[in-house]
Design a binder for this molecule. Structure first.
Ligand SMILES: C[S@@+](CC[C@H](N)C(=O)[O-])C[C@H]1O[C@@H](n2cnc3c(N)ncnc32)[C@H](O)[C@@H]1O
Length: 260
């Protein structure tokens, strides 16, 4: 391992595992996984990536997929702390990028409050992987000047607390994480807030993995597409003119002339 990527005993590294394809791991992530004593990983970390963890390294699953059994965040914080205080070299492997909807700030704050050195390694986030697979860009000069990362995860029984007027910006791309269950509510609110029904929407399940599936649709059909086509893999929703199929003309202009 090069000198700049040493993991000392008692340190915790929050490492982005990317969207699932092991070839999208950073070199730094691989080196840290190989040098760790213990790797704590989320359910979103793919089996192909876990296969890279050497057999001498202890693996601890901490779950974390909505609706499925997982350790409470407070317990994960305590587990990481205990491992670091025991002098282990700890890697906390998180799907995608740790800084995007990954609760890494809570883990880092808890550890640092106890004097533990915490380092972060970025990873490729699901939105980047989904756009790359579909061959689209998340921004588009002159057309999509803003990219908004949104979590559509709400507490059970509660509506989504989002600023729909700000989100319904035709010059913006929305990258919606954890949006599968809330797809009908998302579409309805964006339409109500004025986003056009024909706004392109892209649904990408298991982005970057062999089992990836993509569906191109439009905003008013988003809920139906999600309901009928998507399985139970992690799913990202991209909405905005930038993610439309560039080979299809966006709209046909019809000129209506008044009768003479
Ligand atoms: C808790 S968030 C974590 C996001 C992660 N930190 C990232 O940067 O991609 C989990 C959500 O990310 C999205 N996601 C993660 N990996 C994905 C993948 N390979 N394909 C599609 N969506 C993915 C899904 O919306 C999933 O519900």
């Amino acid at each position: 391992m090069p000198s700049e990527t040493r993991i000392a005993s008692g340190e915790v590294w929050l490492v982005g595992a990317g969207p699932g394809d092991p070839e999208l791991l950073t070199l730094k992530a691989i080196r840290l996984i190989e040098a760790a004593d213990v790797v704590f990983y989320d359910a979103l970390v793919s089996a192909d990536i876990l296969a890279l963890v050497p057999s001498r390294v202890r693996r601890v699953s901490v779950g974390k997929r909505s609706g499925r059994h997982s350790r409470k965040q407070e317990d994960i914080n305590e587990d990481l702390l205990a491992a670091a205080q025991a002098g282990l070299r700890v890697v906390r492997l998180k799907g995608g990028d740790p800084s995007i909807f990954g609760r890494s700030a809570e883990e880092a704050a808890h550890l640092r409050a106890h004097g533990i050195v915490v380092q972060v390694v970025p990873g490729i986030t699901a939105a980047s992987a989904a756009a790359a697979s579909a061959g689209v860009s998340l921004t588009l000069r002159g057309e999509a000047r803003r990219l908004q990362f949104i979590t559509a995860h709400a507490r059970a029984g509660e509506p989504l607390d989002l600023d729909w007027r700000a989100l319904a910006d035709p010059r913006s791309t929305l990258a919606i994480y954890m949006g599968r269950a809330a797809a009908p509510e998302i579409a309805q609110n964006l339409l109500r807030a004025g986003l056009a029904a024909e706004t392109p929407a892209l649904i990408v399940e298991n982005a970057s993995m062999a089992c990836e599936r993509r569906f191109s649709t439009r905003l008013d059909l988003l809920a139906l597409a999600v309901q009928t086509a998507v399985g139970d893999g992690p799913t990202l929703l991209l909405i905005g003119s930038a993610v439309g199929d560039r080979s299809i003309p966006r709209s046909v202009k019809i000129r209506v002339q008044a009768e003479p």
